[in-house]
Design a protein around this ligand. Structure first.
Ligand code: MN
Ligand code: MN
Length: 320
């Protein structure tokens, strides 16, 4: 059971629109806080989008995700899971990036997650663009390569952009596999679609053993069957979960830089996160929410709803 200090502020006690917005109304416990060692799951913002090649804005994601996360209540409506009572959850704040220096920013993110990992905390991250996942994996995958369940409309497995730039939000998992942070045979990418530059990313995936499940197969087989296969691919070993909000159809999640039509609806998008039950989750992220394109806040609300589903499975995994 969790320490009541780490329980979120209830909407019965303080209206949801009042107070300082932390992730899911949890206490803020910074890296210097003496309570850091008591935290089991840390929610972290990575307000950085310098890897973006198209429409920008995810640097503003953590702030809007925190705001909309005040809508999240303590109990999962479908499963009955009450994650904040199972383990100690806290908002660990944001990693401070250097928006003018990609490598300095990545080093800062890795150092932040080294501190988190050394404190025994499992991180749940709000991006930021998808390049944020690489410096996180440089920390979490350092000891041994991780498996990964990756929801996205893109593989993010390209080699380079603009004549040789190797670090963009279209390349993080190519780099992570090259750096031996991910075991490609335990990586599955779900929802891939859209027009393409070429097949270089798919060719790389095939050459190293990454499983790609295109959106046509997702719709034909359904979320339940797809997630059974995904869990078989990653097995019982530690697994990272990376969730790009552009996995979702832009009718439900327009607030992102690189939308692709033909995706899952909001219910299916939450369901796949709920069906991560039983996965040995070493860390998870929700990336690519771009508030300038999310004028209703609906994309951010769906994003934090997906984060809550992931959190429920992380808490259950850690307390069992
Ligand atoms: Mn992506
Ligand atoms: Mn994407």
């Amino acid at each position: 059971m969790s320490d009541p200090f780490f329980h979120p502020v209830s909407g019965f006690d303080l209206p949801r629109f009042a107070g300082v917005p932390t992730f899911m109304r949890l206490p803020h416990v910074g890296l210097e806080d003496p309570r850091l060692g008591e935290v089991d799951i840390g929610l972290i913002g990575t307000p950085w989008d310098s890897g973006t090649t198209n429409r920008p804005g995810p640097r503003h994601g953590p702030r809007q995700l925190r705001d909309l996360s005040t809508m999240i209540r303590a109990q999962n409506g479908a499963t009955g899971i009450r994650p904040f009572e199972q383990v100690n959850c806290a908002d660990l704040g944001d990693v401070a990036p250097n928006p003018a220096d990609i490598h300095a920013s990545m080093d800062r993110i890795t150092a932040f997650y080294d501190t988190v990992r050394n404190a025994g905390i499992v991180p749940l991250t709000a991006g930021g663009d998808h390049l944020c996942s690489l410096p996180i994996l440089r920390s979490l995958g350092k000891a041994a390569p991780l498996g990964m369940i990756h929801f996205d409309s893109h593989t993010d497995l390209f080699n380079s952009y603009f004549g040789g730039t190797q670090y963009t939000h279209g390349t993080p998992f190519r780099r992570a596999i090259e750096e031996n942070l991910l075991d490609p045979k335990r990586v599955v990418q779900i929802g891939i679609r859209g027009t393409a530059y070429d097949s270089e990313d798919h060719d790389f995936a095939e050459s190293v053993g990454v499983t790609i499940i295109p959106i046509e197969e997702f719709h034909a087989r359904g979320p339940e069957d797809i997630m059974v296969q995904a869990k078989e691919i990653v097995g019982a070993h530690p697994t990272y979960v990376s969730y790009d909000i552009d996995f979702v159809d832009p009718a439900f999640a327009p607030g992102t830089g690189t939308p692709e039509v033909g995706g899952p609806n909001s219910f299916q998008s939450m369901l796949v996160a709920r069906l991560l039950d039983g996965v040995n989750i070493a860390g998870a992220d929700l990336v690519e929410v771009s508030p300038p394109f999310d004028q209703s806040g609906g994309t951010a609300f769906l994003g934090v709803s997906i984060m809550f589903e992931m959190l429920c499975n992380m808490a259950t995994c850690m307390s069992s």
